[in-house]
Design a protein around this ligand. Structure first.
Ligand SMILES: [Zn+2]
Length: 353
């Protein structure tokens, strides 16, 4: 088997290094025998991450469709996204798709599990009689994560703090982590104080809550890609509490995206997409919100991988990487034009060779 050789500035450390790919792994030790030099110059970074994706669902029916899943997953891989967290999925992802080495690695969280007292749920959620037991079961059946809610519709009751506390304690005792949808002041507060690990959408976060989240190594996933397309339309709507809630939430997110980073909370890039999600656009949204570009790229690469338990470009790590001509910490848009994407040591971008 021929090894691959790459030379470039390795991120996030920023040192020029020689890296080899032997089989599906990285090594910094020159292997015996020849190696094809496939990259010489530019920047090498760990494969991109979409930390909030729901690929494989038909947008009309929200039914799982393996063909849609495969199509989206291949598009992700070709664009350099080699790891997906899926916080909410209608049905288990078939083993055959999980094992397909052409597709990004998966961190799934199982079903969308909602407290039965939430109003106006819109279909994909399930409302188990024993929410805590269901959350533990999903964390065990998936990749250590479960997905639940701090709230749903505004102006209706949020999930009580006690319900979330019991759920978090049980999932943590089982070695799992909890991601929760949070878009109201009360739901977000209850979720953070109850012990939720990853705050999804993350509206109405305040500095005191971010301090709590930072203290326990928590994360926020702003999912800007899900909100920004709606902002202009909502601005044209008649004045009212719902409009105030939406625009206030988006504004709070702008502040909290930066404040979270400054407080030491891990910020994750997530597109909330049902099909292919463009993580590079989400990186640009994070930058627009005020995040330093290096942190925004980290949110979609090395920081997200560390938070989800995957290594960066280290000795023996899986050979999942992106090579680009220029420094993405200065020009994130360069990530739209990778010269090479490797997933398990194999080229995933069709433009290469
Ligand atoms: Zn979502």
């Amino acid at each position: 088997m021929t090894s691959l050789h790459l030379r470039g500035t390795v991120l996030p450390e920023g040192e020029v290094r020689d890296v080899w790919v032997v089989g599906d792994r990285l090594t910094f030790a020159r292997p015996a025998g020849g190696a094809d030099t496939v990259v010489d110059g530019g920047y090498l970074l760990p494969g991109l991450v979409d930390a909030h994706a729901h690929l494989g669902h038909d947008p009309a029916t929200m039914a799982f469709d393996p063909a849609l899943f495969t199509e989206a997953a291949l598009a992700y891989a070709a664009a350099g996204t080699t790891l997906l967290r899926v916080p909410g999925h209608r049905s288990p992802i078939p083993a055959g798709l999980r094992a397909d080495r052409r597709l990004p690695r998966l961190v799934t969280a199982g079903e969308w599990l909602a407290w039965s007292g939430l109003h106006d749920l819109d279909g994909p959620q399930s409302t188990p009689g024993d929410l805590t037991a269901a959350a533990v079961a999903q964390a065990r059946a998936n990749d250590g994560w479960c997905k639940t809610y701090g709230d749903w519709e505004p102006f209706t009751p949020a999930v009580p703090a006690g319900v979330l506390r019991e759920l978090c304690a049980a999932v943590h005792a089982a070695g799992g982590r909890v991601a929760a949808h949070c878009q109201t002041a009360e739901g977000t507060r209850n979720a953070v104080l109850a012990g939720v690990d990853s705050i999804e959408h993350a509206w109405y976060l305040t500095d005191d809550l971010l301090a709590v989240l930072a203290e326990r190594g928590g994360a926020v996933t702003p999912t800007w890609s899900g909100f920004l397309p709606h902002v202009a339309g909502v601005r044209t709507k008649p004045e009212g509490p719902r409009k105030d809630w939406f625009l206030g939430g988006v504004e709070s997110l702008r502040t909290a995206t930066v404040a979270a980073h400054e407080a030491g909370v891990t910020v994750l890039a997530g597109t909330d997409s049902l099909a292919f999600g463009d993580v590079v656009t989400e990186i640009e949204h994070l930058v627009s919100a005020g995040l330093p570009p290096a942190a925004a790229v980290g949110a979609a690469s090395w920081d997200a991988r560390r938070y989800l338990g995957f290594p960066g470009l280290t000795e023996g790590a899986p050979a999942d990487l992106v090579a680009v001509a220029d420094d993405p910490r200065r020009f994130p848009g360069v990530l739209r034009h990778p010269s090479l994407v490797l997933l398990s040591g194999t080229s995933a971008n069709p433009g290469y060779r």
